[in-house]
Write a protein that binds this ligand. Sequence first.
Ligand code: ZN
Length: 349
Amino acid sequence: MAKNYKLLFQKFDVTPQDEAKYNEIISRATTFDEIEQVINLFMKDYVLRMNASLNNLIADTLNIALSSELMNKELLTVENTFIFSSNAYENTLKANYAIIADLVSGGAADIIGSNPKVQKMITEKLISEFNARIEGAMANTRADVLNYTRKLQREMIIRNRQLMLMNEIGGMEGAIAREKLMFEQNMLKKFPQLEKMLKDGRVLKSRTFLNSAGNETFRTYTLDDYTEMSVSETLKNVDRDSVEFTAKYLNEPVVEFYLRDHRNVEEANPSCEHIMQSTLWGVPLLATSQHVANVLKIWSVDRARAEHSLEISRHCRHSIKRASDEIINKVNKLVNIAGLTDQVYPVEV
Ligand SMILES: [Zn+2]
């Protein structure tokens, strides 16, 4: 059974037909909501199906460790298969994601009137963000599952040492069968975590972080929650990234902050409210550099992010768009005047 998993994930490669379908939807898209349809289709067509297979693989790996022969020489094969297969999962997901990231960033660049250079920057950012997220989780999960199978194996050997010695003398098949049944029940009693892991699918671990008490800790996720976060959220941030990259690339000093999605009301986010109230000429603005932020006494895009605005994971429905030529001209004048003032009265730093 374990061997079947070795090639399992290759069948989830994005087909040329689906790629063409996604491409067509994106080429007709005039809003980011239309681009999101492709992200949702991709999640449904590929990611969720692959996740179900990886969940089965993890459950099988742990079940084999539970029910295998007493002196399990196959355990190493099971472990290797698990490593190969979860690597295959990770690589397939990355390859599929790269295809979608490029399509999505191309569509986004078209909508905001950007150019191929900026599109390339957005694609690279999307991919590096995604890779960092998925690599951390997969590496931790592999280590976790393997440590767990080894722990089960150790318990099994200690518990049955006497029986194994007798088995070497011979004629213990019936006792071994009984013992295995008991072993499985005892294992589940001893490690309720195992049953819970299998039932809840809470097997993916986040990278470790320090909690409020200063202790190293981690979160667990279902695979679906985790990939939704890694794939979908990263891609859905694309309009914000595209606008920011384009504005910076064209040396535009500010971008406009606005409520993009009226359908759902996010939980009141004090930083979003603060930005909405920081208006110049009646428009909420964010600076693309710290210098401009200082001159205009408004927040920068980086500051907004640091204060958890513009975050999909916090259900922020705000976004940014390129400011009008009129506002950009006015801001450039103010920044130039501030620059002249600096020259007349240089400040020692
Ligand atoms: Zn918001």
